[in-house]
Every structure is written in structure tokens, then in C-alpha cells.
Design a protein around this ligand. Structure first.
Ligand SMILES: [Zn+2]
Length: 268
């Protein structure tokens, strides 16, 4: 069984426009159209059993709609959803209560698209409140293709947050892009072995050898298979992991067991 822990979809009405905008801004090419139906079609073709969609709230006024749509679709058609919250949310506690009550497993933060540093007091407060409610936290980490000149979630910021939320955040934080997009050396130096999960989204094609090293040193118990679809290929990402020859047990943890634990479900 294979669970892709990091994918994106956009509402049908704005998918084409959003994909075109992000393609232009980031200088990247999508692998599919970016709608929910294109994700599920692609999963079938790629041998992916379940996907997790991580919505990005880029303005506080989007929170309600995004979380409602996530809740409505969560668990249907083999797709799970995270909730979203903005650092400038007008109602942090209420938004997190709603996310928890609707059965979503966690929240996604994207410091680049939210104009904030990961260790900003607003983010720390949100994370503290999310953890109190038993929610997981997923964050973009490292460079973002659209914001090359400034990293909003560096390994040092992650260390700072781990320190600020010591005793609460252990094994509840998921760092996308194996701890830091395009920063594998710093991840190896500062983050491997820390009590965080890392997902494999968007980096396996860039520097596969370094990725393998991060996975081996961080340990299969804390790695989640992820593609970042539509920004990379689900089927090729499965092959990248298989090529690493990590062994059957490690592969099973990375492909599904760790994700099941976080989602709180037994899928197969
Ligand atoms: Zn992503």
C-alpha cells in the first residue's frame, strides 16, 4: 500500500489560473491539472492507494472556506485533507477547534506564502494551540521555488521552534521536502535524528543521493513518502524510493505505516 502524504489540489474554478500563476512564479512545470479529479485519476495510474492534500491558506479570509472544503472531502475517494490556518488569523482558537472537531488530522503552514518566519511568535502560538488539541503540524521547509532569495523556514528556525515547544512538539511536526528544500547539507548537519517527521516531497529528483543519506540517517520511522503532486510525478517518486533499496520493512514504514499512524487510521 502506498500513501502520498503531500499533494495539492485547487478548486475546479480556479485550478487552471492558479497552476498557471504558480508555474510562472516558480519557473516549474506541473505534472497534472491540479484538480481533485485529476489527482484521483493520477493516483490510479500511478499505483497510489491514498493521498493527503495539504491546502495553503494565503490570506486569513480563506480559512473558513478551505477548512470547510477539507472537512467535506476528507476521507472520501481515498483522499485525506489537512486543515489550514493563517498566522494573522482573527480567531486562532476557534479555527483550530473547528479543524479538530471536523476530524482533520493536522494543519499546514507555509511560511513563504504566509509572509512569516517559521519561528515567528504568531506561528509558535498557533502550533502550541494546535498541539493542545492533538493536531499535527506540517510546514514547508527550506527554499521555495517562488521565493529563492529568502528562506522562511530554515533548519535553525526549526531548532528554535523545537526548543520553544519542548515537551509538546516531539513527533508531531512534519517537515516537508526532507527537512529543507535544496538545503540537504544543512539538514544533515542540524536536523537528522531530531524528533520530527520529514516528507520526501519534491526533492527526490533533485539530489537523490543526498536524499538517501538523509533517509538513512534520520531513520525510516520518521520518513513519509510524498511527491508534491501536481509539482512532481507520483509514479516516478515511487520508483525513486524503490531504487534506494532501503529494505522491505523500511519501505513499508515510509510508504504507509508512518502515515497511517499520523492519520489515525488503519488502511490495509
Ligand atoms: Zn507542497
Amino acid at each position: 500500500m502506498i500513501i502520498d502524504f503531500h499533494t495539492h489540489t485547487f478548486p475546479n474554478k480556479i485550478a487552471a489560473r492558479t497552476i498557471a500563476y504558480l508555474t510562472e512564479k516558480g519557473g516549474i512545470q506541473p505534472y497534472r491539472e491540479g484538480t481533485l479529479s485529476s489527482l484521483t485519476d493520477n493516483m490510479q495510474r500511478s499505483g497510489i492507494d491514498y493521498s493527503v492534500v495539504l491546502p495553503v491558506v494565503t490570506a486569513p479570509k480563506q480559512e473558513k472556506t478551505i477548512n470547510r472544503v477539507s472537512a467535506e472531502n476528507n476521507g472520501k475517494n481515498h483522499v485525506f485533507f489537512a486543515g489550514g490556518i493563517h498566522p494573522d488569523s482573527e480567531d486562532v482558537e476557534g479555527t483550530l477547534d473547528t479543524i479538530k472537531a471536523s476530524g482533520l488530522f493536522g494543519i499546514k503552514l507555509h511560511p513563504d506564502y504566509q509572509g512569516v518566519h517559521f519561528d515567528d511568535p504568531r506561528c509558535v502560538r498557533i502550533m502550541r494551540e494546535a498541539l493542545r488539541r492533538g493536531l499535527y503540524i506540517i510546514t514547508h521547509a527550506g527554499y521555495d521555488v517562488a521565493y529563492r532569495d529568502h528562506v522562511h523556514c530554515t533548519p535553525d528556525m526549526v531548532l528554535h521552534v523545537l526548543d520553544e515547544l519542548k515537551g509538546e512538539i516531539e513527533n508531531k511536526l512534519i517537515l516537508a521536502h526532507l527537512g529543507g528544500y535544496d538545503m540537504p547539507d544543512e539538514v544533515l548537519q542540524k536536523l537528522v535524528g531530531k524528533p520530527v517527521y520529514m516528507d520526501t516531497a519534491a526533492v527526490l529528483r533533485l539530489y537523490p543521493e543526498k536524499c538517501r543519506e538523509i533517509i538513512l540517517r534520520h531513520g525510516a520511522d520518521k520518513i513519509l513518502f510524498a511527491s508534491d503532486s501536481p509539482w512532481d510525478s507520483q509514479s516516478e517518486y515511487v520508483q525513486f524510493i524503490k531504487r534506494f533499496q532501503l529494505g522491505k520493512e523500511a519501505e513499508e514504514k515510509i510508504f504507509c505505516r508512518n502515515a497511517e499512524k499520523i492519520l489515525g487510521v488503519k488502511l490495509g
